[in-house]
Design a protein around this ligand. Sequence first.
Ligand SMILES: C[S@@+](CC[C@H](N)C(=O)[O-])C[C@H]1O[C@@H](n2cnc3c(N)ncnc32)[C@H](O)[C@@H]1O
Length: 322
Amino acid sequence: MPHEQFMELALYDEDEGYYSRNMHEIGLRGDFSTSATMSDLLAKRVANHWREACREYGRNLPIIEVGGGNASLALSIRRVLSLWERLRMRYYIVERSSSLRELQMLACGNFLRVYPEMSRALRRAGGHAFIFCNELVDAFPVRRFIYSNDSWQELGWTVAEGGRVIQMPRSCPQLPPSTAFAHWSGEGQIIEVHESYRKWYLSWQPLWRSGVFVTIDYGNEVDDLYYRRPLGTLRGYKAHVMLEAEDLPPLAGKCDITADVNFSDLRELAERNSGDAVQMITQREYLLPCADVQDAAQSHLLRVPGAGDHFHVLIQHRFEFA
Ligand SMILES: C[S@@+](CC[C@H](N)C(=O)[O-])C[C@H]1O[C@@H](n2cnc3c(N)ncnc32)[C@H](O)[C@@H]1O
């Protein structure tokens, strides 16, 4: 089974998938934490960014949050808005997991609407939106490749003698588009490609007419991505313990599985829409303008080296041309 298919089932199978059924909590009591579950700093910055975007685009842009998790960000944003802003804001979450959709609706009531697909939210928004996602891309299933004997082979899983599930390379007649192949062809190097994200992104692009798209995730430009990481970046998390690739099959459906994001691939994808302006900064640079003295002293989201520079932010502007 190719790794991408394994990850798709392990995370999103309707009955057994981690995000569909088994992810009960994000945060200290869960398997992993995200910036959205740790403080209001991200919410303050997103709210400010949304205000700037509404002024710049001259309209009340709805927020579309993609991959809302346990709705921490939506709840924090509701807390940091003024009453007037709460009344005029249209907040939509797009969430793939049906159990998380239920949780988000219960947690937030009529502050927001939840949709299973981007197309529905974008139609509702009339095509103009401030789109935001935190740690979404890293949750898309990846394809994994290993460079061996002068060629790239695709990694998958197979059952060995004794019933153990092990990794197995297979020849791959056509590689998916990625900047990583050209940069990291050293013997034994493993890389990941978020091809499923690429397909998902391209599927809704024609419906997005104008606004801002902000993507926050861990990862880097391709030159840095696999530095000192010959085995790639695939890993799992269970109760905040990091798991190696080989540990994942027995825990499939019971742990998070993730890989770092190749921001050069994201940037290239965004720049294909020639009119879009694209900027990439660190999470620290993104959050700092909103951090008060207490945030600056305490928030580990700003720390460098650490979350402040391991996380990056891609900001994409789309202006509607007549
Ligand atoms: C790692 S969690 C991050 C949750 C939240 N953004 C946060 O920062 O706490 C990834 C989220 O993305 C959702 N997701 C994954 N693929 C998706 C897709 N194609 N459309 C919408 N949501 C998706 C998952 O179900 C989950 O809610």
